[in-house]
Design a protein. Structure first.
Length: 191
């Protein structure tokens, strides 16, 4: 088990067969030492890809993405969620459906912050159905920027997100990959 899997076993809680609660170290309280290790792990994994920008989706992606951007010495761009459509020609905008939360939101970013020559690393906390990351990809695809990597803290491999993204050829690295949460037991995928 790696450091994040050990932490999940120690402090994560299985809510049901689909949802893992990690409020005490990722989603509400943040364990800064774990975040530091996560960012160093991402930076090491993606270090040869000439990343010049880290992108994340608010809100829980921000802390690991910020620390990773610091490690890589590049800017961080946060894609914002908004409930209502405020059409503005200076923004790229797309609609994202969250199956976990049974809600839809608009993801937006100013056109000023994603440029054709960017080489982007996307960081997010969970990969479930892959809708949030797919929304981020759609926004970036308004430009000619490259997406060289996708870094995820916790992937639920029993949900379709990874396959959806891999089928489009993306380079995904998840630090913890959960195969199952059934019977109140956290089972990790063999790497
Ligand atoms: P997807 O992006 O992979 O399709 O996931 P989905 O829409 O189903 O997930 C919606 C929200 O629920 C996301 O947070 C995601 O991080 C979170 N989520 C998904 N599965 C789990 C889980 O097992 N445990 C926890 N704790 N969260 C989960 P969000 O709405 O973007 O929230 P936040 O980033 O503002 O915290």
């Amino acid at each position: 088990m790696n450091f994040l899997e050990e932490k999940i076993i120690k402090d994560g809680t299985v809510l049901n067969n689909d949802i893992l609660r990690v409020d005490s170290f990722i989603n509400q309280q943040i364990d800064c030492n774990i975040m530091k290790k996560i960012s160093k792990d991402f930076a090491m994994h993606f270090k040869n890809l000439k990343i010049n920008k880290v992108v994340t989706i608010e809100s829980s992606g921000i802390s690991p993405a910020l620390l990773t951007a610091i490690e890589l010495n590049v800017p961080l761009v946060i894609f914002k969620k908004q409930q209502s459509k405020i059409l503005n020609s200076n923004f790229y905008q797309t609609s994202v459906k969250s199956f976990t939360k049974d809600s839809t939101y608009d993801l937006v970013v100013s056109k000023d912050f994603i440029k054709d020559d960017d080489n982007i690393l996307i960081i997010d906390d969970f990969l479930a159905n892959g809708e949030a990351v797919s929304g981020a990809i759609r926004l970036i695809k308004n430009t000619k920027a490259s997406i060289s990597g996708i870094g995820i803290l916790i992937e639920k491999s029993f949900q379709p997100g990874r396959k959806k993204l891999e089928d489009q050829g993306f380079n995904i690295y998840s630090i913890a990959r959960i195969e199952s949460l059934e019977n109140n037991t956290i089972k990790f995928s063999e790497k």
